[in-house]
Ligand binder design. Structure first.
Ligand SMILES: [Zn+2]
Ligand SMILES: [Zn+2]
Length: 123
């Protein structure tokens, strides 16, 4: 799942914060990762040398935040093996034979329970 989420990941980071989001193919709802602040946010590098350093730190933290975001968001998304779309937990059903998205379940006349009702402790 992480690979797919990574492909769909939207980078909404700016100079001071890191944040990523993924939209559900089905309901178009957007899920955001937790906001992370750049450790040097608001600080002006005093020298050109420091500027280079800060840029490297930013890159490093950006990469880490991205990995984190993928892990967070992968838990909320599912791959539908029928229509090959990536849908959120809201749009995904656990069915008897194979899990699939709501749209496909309707079309194929399968019944299932939502992933959300199945798992009690989900953020
Ligand atoms: Zn959805
Ligand atoms: Zn589907």
């Amino acid at each position: 799942m992480k690979k797919l989420v990574e492909l769909l990941l939207d980078d909404t980071s700016d100079k001071e914060t890191f944040r990523f989001q993924v939209g559900c193919d089905n309901c178009r709802k957007t899920y955001q990762s937790k906001l992370r602040r750049f450790s040097k946010a608001g600080e002006d590098p005093p020298t050109d040398e420091k500027r280079v350093l800060y840029a490297a730190i930013y890159e490093q933290e950006h990469r880490a935040a991205r990995q984190d975001a993928v892990a967070q968001l992968a838990e909320r998304f599912n791959y539908c093996p029928i229509c090959k779309q990536v849908v959120c937990d809201d749009c995904f059903l656990i069915c008897a034979d194979i899990d699939m998205c709501r749209g496909c379940a309707e079309r194929l006349q399968e019944t299932g329970v939502s992933v959300l009702t199945d798992v009690s402790n989900r953020g």
